[in-house]
Design a protein around this ligand. Structure first.
Ligand code: 6GU
Length: 223
């Protein structure tokens, strides 16, 4: 998969130069390029934002640098183009798996108070938010999206690891334990030590239901 990220802060993306994503990039499974769209403004001071029409706080990113940048780097509209903004449908694991099937993604990180809507209307296929809170910019959201999607690209993670994890079948994952058997007086649940696979599976299912119901209850109390 090829992922192009349009950002005014390419230095922030050192967060996806490590661990599994680093390996995926080195193996050529995922290619990530960062494009600073400030380079596409025609303004001699490289200004990319201006005050909002109709008044209001903050600055708005102008359409021109974004549209010029996208026309230069994806002239045939081969990439699936995503604008990251809190004013959008929230990302889900289902959408993550769907996006992992795309060959090309182009992601725009918004900043300041927003982006001129005409750039969005002209160039983008989809808007995505990563949750119900506001970040200072789309960069961290882009890293979240890239990390979540890259895991599902073929060959990035051992297939089995993706099967029983949280959010895949509407259930959350059971707790895990490793050595030692006792830590600060706390024991690993006996059932995990007895080698009875049927009982172990039953325990995992019960624990999974327990955590899923607990989280559902908390979510319900919030709404
Ligand atoms: Cl995609 N961007 C910003 N700035 N804030 C967010 C977000 C995106 N998703 C949730 N909050």
């Amino acid at each position: 998969m090829k992922i192009t990220i349009l950002t005014l802060f390419p230095q922030m993306f050192s967060g996806i130069e490590h661990s599994i994503i680093k390996r995926a990039r080195e193996n050529g499974k995922v290619e990530i390029s960062l494009v600073d769209f400030r380079e596409y403004t025609k303004d001699k001071h490289k200004k990319v934002d201006d005050i909002p029409y109709g008044g209001g706080n903050g600055m708005v990113i102008m359409a021109e640098p974004i549209v010029e940048c996208i026309e230069a780097i994806d002239p045939k509209h081969q990439a699936h183009r995503i604008f990251l903004t809190p004013a959008a449908p929230t990302l889900t694991q289902k959408r993550v798996t769907q996006l992992s099937q795309k060959k090309n993604l182009l992601i725009l990180c918004g900043h300041y108070e927003g982006v001129d809507q005409r750039a969005i209307d002209l160039c983008f296929d989809e808007t995505i938010s990563i949750g119900e809170y506001v970040l200072t910019g789309g960069e961290i959201a882009a890293m979240v999206l890239v990390d979540a999607v890259a895991r599902y690209v073929d060959g990035v993670i051992t297939k089995g690891s993706l099967d029983n994890e949280s959010h895949t079948n509407g259930m959350l994952e059971h707790p895990q334990y490793t050595r030692p058997r006792e830590y600060r007086g706390m024991q690993v649940p006996e059932v995990l030590l007895n080698g009875n696979h049927k009982e172990i599976e039953k325990w995992k299912t019960e624990q999974s239901e327990k955590i899923t119901n607990f989280v559902k209850l908390i979510e319900k109390e919030k709404s």
